[in-house]
Design a protein around this ligand. Structure first.
Ligand SMILES: [Zn+2]
Length: 110
C-alpha cells in the first residue's frame, strides 16, 4: 500500500472520476459502518441515499473498508457512466482514504 499525505487546507479541489477522469461527478449515497461495542465487535451499517431513504443493518461488516473500526463510504457516479466509491477508514490511529472503481462508463477515456 502506498501512502500519500494530504498536507494542506485546500478546499476547492475538483475530484475527478478515478476511472475516466471526468470532472462532473455526483454523490449518490453514503454508507457508515459503526462498531457497536468497540473494535472487532458487531458493526451497525447505516445506508443513506441522497433521496432520503435510510436503512440500518445490525452486525454487518459486509463491504466495510475497515476490518476493525469505523468507516465511511461515499458512493458516486460520473457523467461518463462510471460508478465509484470514496472510502475513509481507520487503522491503528491513522485515517486512510481510497477509491474503488465499481463500473467503467461508455465515455472512459483511459
Ligand atoms: Zn468516469
Amino acid at each position: 500500500m502506498s501512502m500519500t499525505a494530504i498536507t494542506d487546507e485546500s478546499t476547492d479541489d475538483v475530484m475527478p472520476c478515478p476511472a475516466c477522469g471526468h470532472l462532473y461527478t455526483h454523490h449518490e449515497s453514503t454508507t457508515v459502518f459503526v462498531p457497536d461495542g468497540g473494535e472487532d465487535g458487531p458493526v451497525r451499517r447505516v445506508d443513506v441515499s441522497i433521496g432520503g431513504d435510510t436503512s440500518i443493518k445490525s452486525n454487518s461488516r459486509d463491504q466495510s473498508p475497515s476490518t476493525r473500526r469505523d468507516a465511511v463510504v461515499l458512493h458516486f457516479s460520473c457523467e461518463g457512466g462510471c460508478r465509484f466509491d470514496l472510502e475513509f477508514s481507520q487503522h491503528k490511529g491513522q485515517t486512510f482514504t481510497s477509491r474503488t472503481i465499481l463500473q467503467r462508463g461508455d465515455d472512459d477515456l483511459s
